[in-house]
Design a protein around this ligand. Sequence first.
Ligand SMILES: Nc1nc2c([nH]c(=O)n2[C@H]2C[C@H](O)[C@@H](COP(=O)(O)OP(=O)(O)OP(=O)(O)O)O2)c(=O)[nH]1
Length: 150
Amino acid sequence: MSEQIQVVGAAILDSLEYPARMLVARRTAPEQFAGLWEFPGGKVDAGEECEAALHRELKEELGVTVRLGPELPAGEPAGWRLNHRASMRVWLAEITDGVPRPLEDHDELRWVDLSDHHAVLGLSWIPADFPIVQALLHSLRSQVLRSGTS
Ligand SMILES: Nc1nc2c([nH]c(=O)n2[C@H]2C[C@H](O)[C@@H](COP(=O)(O)OP(=O)(O)OP(=O)(O)O)O2)c(=O)[nH]1
């Protein structure tokens, strides 16, 4: 079996405590993903910790420093399966420094309203991301409901 590729991504929220919006990014390459929306992030380098890779990628791609919140549980240690060779772990995150700009790999960034599930799911996501986005919306809704009742 070929070696598995570990990818990491961030669901960057306007607030980890009271999330209302999420920052999504539109890819420019490769051709099969150009024009599709994704969680900013990238591949983990050999010997690198996943969280460190995510901080590095977000600095390189968006020019921001973040605070990581909980990981979105995927049921597998390697995270969400993207294809036969790659899986992605996804963390919630909040920007602590910098204004996000599409410095590398993206041509547009957008803050989407998390209460408008139709609009979020209506974006042209990389196909493998749809179940992740659905799980994320579900988990954030439960979080809001929980915090609303406690
Ligand atoms: N970053 C990111 N990659 C995703 C998502 N969904 C998805 O299928 N992928 C795929 C696309 C790529 O095949 C792979 C991530 O590779 P990448 O091109 O972002 O990684 P990288 O920045 O380290 O790039 P490189 O060094 O290989 O040029 O995972 C997603 O939401 N975010």
